[in-house]
Each structure stands twice: as structure tokens, then as C-alpha cells.
Design a protein around this ligand. Structure first.
Ligand code: PLP
Length: 462
């Protein structure tokens, strides 16, 4: 480390400490609640993800409505995290709240389909393409089911993913390339899975590497986001999707497109809006308005292949084998009712138009400030989602992100934002719009981002 780099790091560390102290001072009740939570929860909160906020502990939510959250210290936040996409419909959207209340009074879960499911199934096909759907209770579960189906029908074991991906608690995807070597993803502890046997990983947008990796003939499926959203945003280069589709078809490999985050692109996700032809389509998070849900949809050809192994029409047999896809509560009446409300009344074309226009305004403000201050950063945008990237050029792969990412600058920005009443996703700097995100929310963000640039300029970080 050069002296200049060490000095800059020292300044950054001090700024983070100052902001974290300010955070503690502003959030005495949340700080106290966190101490108590640690007495009962393995990682402090009811989910280990809740530990990942940059202030040193999470704020405890009191209530949330639209694009705003109020915490137990009485502070208000513009929420661009939106539950890491689970809240993309906005908090407590009226249509979802009404549907949930109505259905809760009529029974939440019965191991029986309701008539709403007929509307939902038809709408999923209309939006996203695939013909045959199954619900799960999370996107992770939907991915697991999609992988299992791929293995069943191909008789192969390996799952190919792109370095820097995240597809939930799917062990096969917990691999990455770092310093040219394949290994467990950063922060994943060895846990008995033989990744050499079940995984293969290549860099995103690298057609030659993909071709070579598929040529072994042992890959059951490629599991991919249409563009990468979980390692900062990595845009897809033109022709990559065509190559991905051609190469997987040629190799007899199932193509699973995971749209859990990229549903923010538009009403049909990236797939529907760009005419992709996945064998299996997966989504989750926002799809039922915050009620836990995942979905996976199969093309007719893949469904036919599955049915030759596990028949679906046999009146004398009451079971479709013990598949266990999605869990006991999957597709329950409550989830179906809220999913219908989301698809019919919340994630509508008109609301997408509004969300995307808001994101465009936000991204252009960020871009203007980056340019005006001659900063080596950029802002990425895909539909209703924007991301501040502390690197000059958009990355093409996970390797580019590893080389360019500035985690301490992210920690400082996140803490500063929270102290100024703004939440962004804690894992990187993603800002998501919901239908209720307003022009004044965007203006406030722009002002706070300008203050942040000022802070680090005065401190000599830039
Ligand atoms: C692309 C993608 N797929 C799947 C998942 C898993 O979603 P869940 O944790 O809701 O199961 C995530 C979570 O961040 C994701 O980003």
C-alpha cells in the first residue's frame, strides 16, 4: 500500500467512525433493541441479513407506507432498499392490503386451489411466456426446484453460474472466480458440499468460457440473471443472450433465467420485454407484494420431458411423487390473493412507466453530479433500479467488480445516507423505485448525494 493510499484509508476509517457515532446518537432505541435482540437471535435479528446494515446495527422499523419507513426512534426514511426488492410494490399498497385482509378472513392456507389461482396462472404466462407454473414460498425454493427438474430430465449433475451471482440459499451457486481461481464465494464457509462435483462457474458476458464450460456435456442447467444485480450491476453485452440460448440448446443444457430482481425492468421482466426464451423462468420477492412467494414456469417442451418421468395425468394415482417443490404453504390462498392484487393492480404497465421515469430522473441527477465533480464513478440503471458504482466504467464481469469495488466508500455512503434519512440496499448501492416514490424523494436524494461528495472532498478522499 502506498503512503497516499494508506492516508486515504485512514481518513475513510475516521469518517466511517464519525458517521457510526452519529448513527448511534440518532438511534438510541434501536441500539437498545439490538442489544436485547442479540440475547435471543442467532445473529441479532430474526434474519441474519438484518445484521448487514452499515451503521453498526439495524434501525428497528415502526411502520412503513409507500416509499417511506419510520423507525422506533421516530425518524423517517426514504426507502430505496425496499426490502432488497421484496417491497418493490411499495409498503402496504392498498390493493395488496385489501386482498390479504379479505383472504385472511376466508382462510389463509388449505392445501386447495382457489379460483384466483386460475387468473394468476394465465397472467403469469401472458407476462413472462412460460406455460406451466408452480408456486413456492421463496425465490430460493423456486431455483432449487428448477435445478432439480433440470437434473431429473438431463441426468446431469452440474449447475453453471456466473461469477458474482447470487440466487439465494442455492449451494451450487455459492462459487466464484477470484484471482483467476475457482472457489467458494467470499464469506461462504465450507459446509460439506463438494462444489467441484456440482458447480461450474464462468465470468458473465464471456461467450468463449461459457462454450468451453458447456462442452464437457455434464451441465444440467445454467442458472443466470438476465443481467447481474447482486454484485453491483453488471450489464449484459449485446448478443450474449443469443449466444447463451444457442450454446445451452446445443449442449442439451436447461436454461434457467432468474428474474427475482430484474422484475424491476418492466411488466414482463427482462425476459418478457426482450423476448428471451428460457426453459425455466424464476421470480420471487415482490411478486406477491411482500407475502413470501416464489414462482417457476416451464416451457411446454420442458414440461413434457418432466411428465415422461413424473406423469401429471393419471386419474388413479393421487400423487405426483413426493416432489416437495416449494413447501407445504406454497401457492396458498393468501399468497395467490396477494399475487393477483400485485399483477392486476400494482405492478401494472402504468406504474412501471412511473417507476422507470422516477429512476431515470434519479440516475440522471446522480450522473450530473458525478460529471460535475469529475469523479471516476458511474450510475447504472435498468428499469426502476439504479446503482451508484464507484468505478469509472460499467463492469463486464465479476472480475471487474472485484478489481474496482470500494467497500469502505460504500459503508461510509450507506451510514451517511441513514443519518440523513435515506435507506439503500445494504449489500451494495442499489436504489429501487416503487410506485409511490415521488419527485421530492428524488430531490432529497440528489441533495444528500451532493452533501456526501462535499464531505469526502473536504476530507481529501477524492
Ligand atoms: C437473483 C436472485 N435470485 C434469488 C434470490 C433469493 O431470494 P430469496 O432470498 O427471497 O429466496 C435472490 C435474493 O437476493 C436474488 O437476488
Amino acid at each position: 500500500m502506498t503512503t497516499a493510499t494508506a492516508e486515504r484509508q485512514g481518513v475513510l476509517n475516521r469518517l466511517i467512525e464519525t458517521e457510526q457515532e452519529r448513527f448511534l446518537g440518532l438511534h438510541p432505541r434501536s441500539a437498545e433493541a439490538w442489544q436485547e435482540g442479540k440475547q435471543h437471535f442467532l445473529y441479532g435479528g430474526p434474519s441474519h441479513w438484518m445484521r448487514r446494515w452499515a451503521g453498526g446495527f439495524p434501525i428497528y422499523a415502526d411502520e412503513a407506507s409507500g416509499a417511506h419507513i419510520r423507525d422506533i426512534d421516530g425518524r423517517d426514511y426514504i426507502d430505496f432498499c425496499l426490502g432488497d426488492t421484496g417491497g418493490m410494490c411499495g409498503h402496504a399498497p392498498e390493493a395488496v392490503t385489501e386482498a390479504a385482509t379479505r383472504q385472511l378472513k376466508r382462510g389463509a392456507t388449505m392445501m386447495l386451489p382457489t379460483e384466483d389461482s386460475l387468473w394468476v396462472g394465465a397472467e403469469l404466462s401472458r407476462r413472462f411466456g412460460p406455460k406451466y407454473w408452480t408456486l413456492t414460498t421463496s425465490a430460493t425454493d423456486a431455483n432449487r426446484a428448477a435445478i432439480r427438474i433440470s437434473r431429473m430430465i438431463t441426468g446431469r449433475r452440474k449447475v453453471l453460474v456466473f461469477s458474482g451471482c447470487y440466487h439465494g440459499g442455492v449451494e451450487e451457486a455459492h462459487v466464484e472466480i477470484r484471482d483467476g481461481r475457482v472457489g467458494l464465494r467470499n464469506m461462504i464457509h465450507p459446509n460439506g458440499i463438494d462444489h467441484d462435483a456440482v458447480s461450474r462457474v464462468v465470468e458473465f458476458n464471456d461467450v468463449a468460457a461459457l462454450e468451453a464450460a458447456l462442452a464437457h456435456g455434464d451441465v444440467a442447467c445454467v442458472l443466470a440473471e438476465p443481467l447481474m444485480t447482486n454484485f453491483g450491476m453488471i450489464p449484459v453485452v449485446s448478443c450474449f443472450h443469443q449466444a447463451l440460448r444457442d450454446l445451452t440448446r446445443r449442449a442439451g443444457t436447461i436454461l434457467i433465467i432468474d428474474e427475482t430482481h430484474t422484475l424491476s425492468c418492466g411488466p414482463g421482466g427482462y425476459t418478457g420485454d426482450n423476448g428471451l426464451e428460457p426453459d425455466i423462468f424464476v421470480a420471487g420477492k415482490a411478486i406477491a407484494g411482500g407475502i413470501p412467494a416464489g414462482i417457476f414456469g416451464l416451457s411446454p417442451e420442458i414440461a413434457e420431458r418432466l411428465w415422461t418421468l413424473v406423469p401429471h395425468v393419471n386419474p388413479r394415482e393421487r400423487q405426483s411423487a413426493h416432489l416437495g417443490f416449494g413447501g407445504t404453504l406454497a401457492g396458498n390462498a393468501l399468497t395467490i390473493a396477494t399475487m393477483r392484487a400485485v399483477l392486476e393492480k400494482v405492478l401494472t404497465p402504468a406504474n412501471y412507466e412511473r417507476m422507470i421515469a422516477t429512476a431515470t430522473r434519479l440516475a440522471s441527477d446522480i450522473s450530473r453530479l458525478i460529471e460535475a465533480n469529475h469523479l471516476p464513478w458511474h450510475v447504472a440503471q435498468i428499469g426502476a433500479r439504479a446503482e451508484i458504482m464507484f468505478m469509472r466504467e460499467p463492469p463486464r464481469s465479476g472480475a471487474d467488480v472485484i478489481a474496482g469495488r470500494q467497500p469502505d466508500l460504500e459503508t461510509l455512503l450507506h451510514t451517511f445516507y441513514m443519518n440523513e434519512g435515506i435507506l439503500v440496499t445494504p449489500f451494495h448501492t442499489m436504489l429501487l423505485m416503487c410506485p409511490a416514490t415521488s419527485a421530492s424523494d428524488v430531490e432529497r436524494h440528489t441533495a444528500v448525494f451532493a452533501q456526501f461528495i462535499d464531505l469526502i472532498r473536504r476530507a481529501g478522499v477524492i
